[in-house]
Design a protein around this ligand. Structure first.
Ligand code: ADP
Length: 416
């Protein structure tokens, strides 16, 4: 480790022939070689952050731009700095070099005295000056090396940051999956175990009504009737919750599935409701064969088609079922269930997929628990797809769900 560090330091100094360097990474400053003391380095970094935040900056006379640097000339007459990010920066230092410069005349006395004639010997007399508070200049080659180093380091920084955020995302996903699974098992156990006492309440209330109803005043009978109704409703909600959590658990039974048969089966089940409403259902084009969990995807179609008929007040309810895309060429197929029903305001387009979310009072449109669309979403997402709605009040709704085209050998993710 110590050897690696000292090798790194040497390489750093050699990059631009600095006498010393200070590196600030993640807020921590490390100095190598000949540098000013720590407090001076900290002050200089602070000044650079404020005054020279750009990518690179160099000078062979720091005191010319920062007067207090006149005190630091021994180590920091000249500096070259590259910034790697808001917080990270490298500064190289060069000491003062007192040089003698030969001028072709006195640079401090450029104007000839009035009336004087130009005299070759006087004008071009060699003028010697000792230049102070300056370091050796930074050469183009050295500036290029520093810029190249900066490029390499920034690349590494960016890659590291990407790796870190990817790892963090994965960890978050795992955590989410775990907490979803925990929530599911909690919902499962809670709804399962609560059903028993609930059934007891309902049955005992019914017994009281049957056995002692006649001796109760009418108001008492009505209230007990309400207890029974509410218990039924609660059981319905618990069944939905139980079912919802079941949909999120366990493996999907993936197999080749002819969606023509799936939809035909669903329509058969819904036949009484279709007839009752006088609805017209059209399957557009033969549907494809896809790899999916047949019973789950049947449930998706059953929910969507059921809703298309249920939330429909037109004289002639119409439902169209079909898909877009080419299973041979595209990565996903988009299925739709379209209706000429009541439509959904845009502000509810996302909310309706949440659990127990209903837009109507309990008994309107034949009731429901508000679980259907959240179950649809869950099933579609477990297949690696997504679901959304396009709709406006009075203009019908088109529910669409995209499913990825899955090669025969591909496995689906296990539940949470
Ligand atoms: P439920 O039908 O049991 O209420 P869903 O989750 O299936 O629950 O639907 C949630 C809400 O979305 C419904 O209460 C209804 O207001 C609205 N909705 C669903 N499908 C349609 C549709 N095809 N047209 C209009 N509104 C719909």
């Amino acid at each position: 480790m110590a050897q690696a560090l000292s090798q790194g330091a040497e390489l750093l100094l050699r990059t631009v022939n600095g006498a010393g360097a200070a590196v600030r990474l993640f807020g921590q400053v490390t100095c190598v070689g000949e540098t000013p003391e720590a407090a001076v380095v900290a002050r200089l970094m602070h000044w650079l952050d404020a005054e020279r935040p750009a990518e690179t900056f160099h000078t062979d006379s720091l005191s010319a731009v920062l007067p207090e640097a006149a005190e630091w000339v021994e180590h920091a007459s000249g500096i070259l700095t590259i910034s790697l990010s808001d917080r990270d920066r490298i500064v190289w230092f060069r000491p003062e070099v007192v040089r003698t410069v030969n001028w072709g005349g006195d640079p401090n006395h450029p104007v000839l005295p009035k009336g004087a004639r130009i005299h070759p010997r006087r004008s071009f007399e060699l003028w010697k000056q000792r230049v102070r508070r300056k370091s050796l200049p930074w050469t183009d080659e050295e500036l290029r090396s520093a810029a190249a180093l900066r490029g390499d380091l920034v690349d590494i920084f960016v890659r590291r940051a990407e790796q870190r955020s990817r790892a963090r995302l994965e960890a978050l996903n795992q955590e989410l999956a775990r907490s979803n699974a925990e929530l599911d098992s909690f919902a499962y156990v809670a709804s399962h175990d609560l059903k028993e006492p609930l059934r007891g309440i309902r049955n005992y209330t019914k017994f009281v009504l049957e056995d002692f109803g006649d001796s109760l005043p009418e108001e008492g009978q009505e209230r007990l009737g309400t207890v029974v109704r509410l218990s039924d409703r609660m059981e319905e909600l618990m069944d939905s919750l139980l079912h919802y959590s079941r949909v999120g658990r366990g493996h999907l039974a993936i197999q080749d599935c002819d969606l023509n048969l799936v939809v035909a089966g669903v329509l058969e089940l819904l036949e009484p409701r279709i007839e009752e409403k006088g609805a017209e259902v059209a399957v557009e084009g033969p549907l494809p064969v896809i790899r999916c969990d047949v019973s789950r995807i049947s449930e998706v179609f059953a929910n969507l088609i059921g809703n298309a008929i249920k939330y429909n007040e037109s004289d002639r309810p119409r439902v169209e079922i079909g898909y877009e895309g080419d299973a041979q060429r595209q990565e996903e197929l988009v299925f739709y269930v379209r209706d000429n029903g009541i439509g959904i305001p845009e502000r509810h387009h996302e909310g309706i997929f949440e659990f127990f979310r209903r837009l109507h009072t309990r008994d309107r449109f034949g009731g429901g628990t508000g679980a259907g669309l959240s179950i649809v979403k869950r099933i579609v997402e477990r297949h690696g797809g997504r679901v959304w709605v396009e709709s406006a009040p009075g203009e019908g709704s088109a529910f669409r769900f995209a499913l990825p085209v899955v090669p025969a050998s591909a496995a689906f993710p296990a539940a949470g």
